[in-house]
Design a protein around this ligand. Structure first.
Ligand code: 1CP
Length: 356
């Protein structure tokens, strides 16, 4: 397929996401642009998190940092899943060592104060970042040759973003959110519907601005029992995927229903995602037997093994690579790179995985 910036021939990640088995598999890492990189920490001194996300100069630079250092096969937009509620007017702050803090949504009145009409304007800098990154990737970036790196856009899936919006920040259990889903199902459904619509249109904007694949992070999907999982994870995801496929049939969608366990085959079958990212606890060989051979699998090295480095990391990594042999597999972690990870370990990991 020809695009405005060259062909897809040399984009190994994009070819894999479209269903081709490649050896060795393409690689990128969740949270590859982050605190484990000294060049990220240097920029971090200069601006707070939201400013970094919303300033195209900074966000472009941060998105490109892991490409320059490691020639990853994918560049993931530097942004956050909570940009969407922020863009609708929910107050958001990222507090050092504590994480995101939002003014919680607990009632119909709270929900009514959100204004989806503001999203396009407030997320305009994200579009600008994507255009700049896409342009940069048309040229040499570190060891990455022109037009070899796939640009990935993303959003949080409605349930996970809803968790932060209702709870007002991070949590292990998201008890307030799950209580709302049972006690006030109509209200919770309205929140999920609002997020489904706005997420679909925000991802469409990202594609228009140059994203070549998109990923939906459902980090807290595993908190839900089966009926609730179908209602708040599978249904909204299916709606988002079908909206995007109607407009951009060739743009792969990656779903990450973290900790979905026995529900993952149903997620794979019912949502229409092209690729499913596996969390650390999933067994690639087992999942591969439970899903369509056409579903692309992504994952799922333990981030702690990369923190450890050495033999333990390499043994685990090569066994995952082997488990994906013969099918379309994107090598990645089971969750984000841990901030304390020595970048040398990531270098060793990539060198080993790229040897045939
Ligand atoms: O300055 C800093 O170190 C802030 C840390 C940070 C970073 C680097 C946050 C705050 N967000 C990000 C970037 C980010 N977040 C990306 C960029 C691209 C990349 O992967 O390199 C992405 C894809 C996300 C997605 C994200 N944000 C998720 C889903 C994936 C996951 O990790 O499960 C979630 C749950 C968030 C919320 C969030 N944002 C930041 C933090 C610390 C958190 C987690 C809060 C918590 O639950 O405790």
């Amino acid at each position: 397929m020809t695009t405005t910036h060259g062909t897809d021939e040399n984009r190994r990640l994009l070819r894999t996401l479209k269903g081709e088995a490649m050896w060795p598999p393409p690689i990128w890492l969740m949270r590859q642009a982050g605190r484990f990189l000294p060049e990220f920490r240097a920029l971090r001194e200069k601006a707070d998190f939201l400013t970094r996300c919303m300033t195209p100069d900074l966000a472009t630079e941060i998105t490109l940092q892991p490409i320059r250092r490691f020639a990853m096969d994918g560049a993931i937009l530097f942004s956050d899943i909570l940009i969407l509620p922020w863009a609708m007017g929910q107050s958001l702050e990222f507090i050092e060592k504590r994480g995101p803090v939002l003014e919680p949504i607990r009632s119909a009145a709270d929900l009514a104060r959100l204004d989806p009409k503001r999203i396009a304007e407030r997320t305009a800098p994200v579009g600008e970042t994507l255009r700049r990154v896409r342009k940069a990737l048309g040229e040499q970036v570190g060891a990455a040759a022109p037009d070899t790196v796939t640009l990935i856009g993303f959003a949080g899936a409605p349930f996970t973003v809803g968790c932060y919006m209702v709870e007002g920040g991070g949590s292990r259990e998201f008890a307030q959110t799950r209580l709302m889903a049972y006690r006030e199902p109509a209200l919770f459904d309205r929140l999920i519907d609002l997020l489904t619509e706005t997420t679909a249109s925000m991802l469409a904007d990202q594609i228009e601005a140059g994203a070549q694949a998109v990923m939906l992070f459902d980090s807290w999907a595993g908190l839900l029992p089966p009926q609730e999982f179908r209602r708040h994870v599978i249904n909204p995801t299916r709606q988002i995927v079908s909206y995007l496929k109607g407009r951009y049939p060739h743009v792969p969608v990656i779903g990450f229903p973290r900790l979905a366990g026995v529900m993952s085959p149903e997620y794979a079958r019912e949502t229409g995602v092209d690729a499913m990212a596996l969390d650390t606890g999933a067994d690639l060989t087992t999942v591969a037997k439970q899903v369509s051979p056409n579903l692309v699998l992504q994952g799922n090295l333990d981030p702690v093994s990369v923190l450890a480095g050495g033999e333990g990391m390499l043994r685990e990594a090569l066994s995952i690579r082997e488990a994906g042999r013969g099918r379309a597999h994107v090598f990645n972690l089971g969750h984000g790179v841990l901030p304390e990870t020595p970048h040398e370990h990531v270098g060793e990991l990539l060198a080993a995985l790229r040897k045939v």
